[in-house]
Design a protein around this ligand. Structure first.
Ligand code: ADP
Length: 166
């Protein structure tokens, strides 16, 4: 039984993230999507960890081997605790690479038994990020091509009500 973790801030989860989660679920036995605190983005999150996890649960209800959790500790410790053989990340463009490479090497040194595996983005989601979703939404644009219909209304309501993405 191969368990993997898909970590991220998911603030909020986009169709790009969901594409990676679905493709990961097709390859591994068990996928734990873990909502984490990214210390560089900590004070700019729009949604709480519970809200972000709830959004992912609502979009992955049809995937029997996917569960959602959150953690504010070290990813390497979390992966070890749940018995994961790998951390699976999505890679968009060259701009993602340097940071992801550094994180992968750090995690390898903290938990050598846990591999990091990269899945390349699908070309239609190459430009898509949570921050772009928040910006477009705040300025009144249509985000229905960027997020799942299950959560579209809640994201629009929150961002347009508070009028801020930070
Ligand atoms: P973080 O705050 O840790 O960067 P994100 O929520 O932004 O987390 O992203 C989580 C993971 O999903 C990262 O590996 C990121 O590269 C990947 N990812 C984000 N957007 C996309 C996308 N559109 N296509 C493929 N992978 C993506």
């Amino acid at each position: 039984m191969k368990t993997v973790v898909c970590p991220g801030s998911f603030d909020p989860v986009t169709l790009g993230h969901l594409d990676i989660i679905r493709r990961t679920a097709a390859v591994f036995d068990r996928v734990i999507v873990v909502v984490m605190t990214n210390y560089r983005k900590k004070n700019t999150n729009c949604f709480t960890a519970e809200e972000r996890a709830d959004f992912i649960r609502r979009c992955t209800g049809d995937l029997a081997n996917v569960t959602v959790d959150f953690s504010d500790g070290l990813l390497a410790d979390y992966a070890r605790k749940v018995g994961a053989c790998a951390i699976v990340k999505g890679l968009r463009a060259v701009s993602d690479f340097e940071d992801e490479f550094q994180q992968a090497l750090t995690n390898k040194s903290l938990a050598p038994e846990v591999e990091t595996i990269f899945i390349t983005t699908s070309s239609e989601y190459m430009f898509l990020s949570s921050s772009a979703v928040k910006q477009v939404c705040e300025l009144g644009g249509d985000i229905s091509k960027f997020v799942s219909p299950e959560i579209l209304g809640d994201i629009e309501a929150r961002i347009r009500r508070t009028g801020k993405t930070k």
